[in-house]
Design a protein around this ligand. Structure first.
Ligand SMILES: [Zn+2]
Length: 450
């Protein structure tokens, strides 16, 4: 798996399997801030408590502690929302004052900085910023309940989501109704249902229109799951989702229980999905159009514990990779890359070429796991970016390329952002890129194995 790393409050490299490594921040502009100091002190206290809850305490005290910690979660979320909104306002004012940003792009990169600080993807950062803004500007009553620890972050988020179709004015009216309805005394599901009901009554036509416009957001996604599995999702209009499942069930009904079928109903449905989408006769006959990076000894030693990499998925045991290749009747398209330990594959540089393509493009994608190299992004790589920009004569080379998503490629263009190479990946250190944000924070991204 490609690894992304971030800079943070000096947490040590945890050496986790996905090689998420955390570097100490090279720049800590807020080190002297009293709020950061107070939160850090509270963190130290809770961190010690998290590993040792102490003895000689009654069950009643423990329940009180659990309840207090639950309230703290909500209060922390509210405090983070408030900081998020204040940061966004400051950044937008700064953009306008400086005047070096295209007016249409004012505010860009704000969510990206929040995402890096929170170690989440840029799109999650955008959602978090949007939720915080709505809670602050339109749902101040609900946000107040969150700040007091009387409702959870999840419940507050569900109120935001249920009121999406409302104008700010109507949202404020519903906010007052939701608080008056006592959602802090309801279960999360009942609280969300109450908000939904009030929001629907406030603007029935808007609620229905929202359902219609949501259809343009239909999409397919794939994310890795444990044990060399993957979760394929379809975000579909409800009737199409229901029709897909019904078709798979109908087909399974014709096979399961008809004699001779050894697969379970779930297995038949899963196989049928793959067969119908790919057009194959058998689900296992996938055309193995994946890059598999396999260490040399794993090919000849069946007991090797080495790890292979499936590009776009991550590490799999070498034995599983061999099974996939051996078991398919589909076309086999696989590329193996072998390198000296710790070293990436080498490729020369063509100084005349300005675009990454062909083998060079493929090698960089394999090195970066076909995922965006921006820390915590994990989006599918859409293009190969020059770390040292082409227009400033950056070479089109293996070392100077990094896989990025479209958003990441645009964010680095915003004034105040800088991306630079730290290690070329040809020595003992993995290929390493450092991103510096407008606030002076730095975040490091390391390429995964090999
Ligand atoms: Zn990205």
């Amino acid at each position: 798996m490609q690894s992304n790393s971030g800079a943070g409050a000096g947490a040590p490299d945890d050496g986790a399997a996905d090689r998420l490594a955390i570097d100490a921040a090279e720049v800590s502009p807020a080190a002297a801030d009293p709020v950061v100091a107070a939160v850090t002190a509270a963190l130290d206290l809770l961190c010690a408590h998290a590993t040792d809850a102490g003895a000689g305490v009654t069950g009643a005290v423990r329940i009180d502690r659990i309840a207090a910690l639950e309230r703290l979660r909500a209060t922390v979320a509210a405090a983070q929302n408030t900081e998020t909104v204040a940061f966004a306002q400051d950044q937008v004012e700064e953009h306008i004052t400086r005047g070096d940003i295209d007016p249409a792009k004012v505010g860009r990169g704000v969510a990206d900085q929040i995402a890096l600080a929170c170690r989440i993807s840029p799109s999650s950062g955008s959602r978090r910023l949007n939720t915080a803004r709505i809670l602050h500007s339109d749902l101040s009553g609900v946000h107040g309940l969150l700040a007091e620890g009387r409702i959870s972050e999840d419940t507050a988020g569900r109120v935001v989501s249920e009121t999406r179709h409302l104008t700010p004015e109507l949202r404020r009216a519903v906010d007052a109704q939701v608080v008056a309805a006592g959602i802090d005394r309801l279960s999360p599901a009942r609280a969300a249902a109450t908000a939904k009901d009030l929001a629907y009554r406030a603007d029935k036509a808007g609620y229905l229109a929202r359902g219609r416009t949501a259809r343009k957001d239909r999409r397919i996604g794939l994310r890795p799951a444990p044990d060399t599995m993957a979760v394929l999702t379809g975000y579909l209009p409800v009737e199409q989702g229901v029709a897909c499942l019904a078709a798979l069930r109908r087909h399974a009904d014709t096979l399961v229980g008809a004699g001779g079928e050894l697969r379970s109903r779930d297995q038949v449905m899963a196989d049928t999905l793959v067969e119908r989408v790919t057009g194959q006769v058998r689900a296992t006959d996938v055309n193995v159009e994946v890059g598999i990076v396999l260490p040399v000894d794993a090919l000849i030693d069946p007991d090797s514990t080495a790890t292979a990499q499936i590009v776009g998925h991550g590490p799999v045991p070498a034995g599983i990779a061999r099974d996939i290749l051996a078991g398919t009747e589909g076309k086999r398209w696989w590329r193996r890359l072998f390198a000296r330990p710790k070293n990436g594959p080498l490729i020369g540089c063509d100084p005349k070429r300005r675009l990454f393509s062909g083998v060079l493009d493929m090698l960089i994608r394999i090195r970066d796991g076909d995922r965006c190299r921006d820390p915590f992004c994990e989006a599918h790589a859409r293009q190969i970016d020059h770390i040292d920009r082409a227009r400033s004569s950056g070479p089109t080379s293996y070392v100077n390329g990094r896989a990025v998503c479209v958003r990441g490629n645009q964010t680095r263009e915003i004034p105040g952002w800088r991306v630079e190479l730290v290690h070329d990946g040809l020595g003992d250190e993995p290929h390493t890129v450092r991103t510096t944000t407008p606030t002076g924070h730095t975040y490091v991204s390391r390429a995964g194995p090999p």
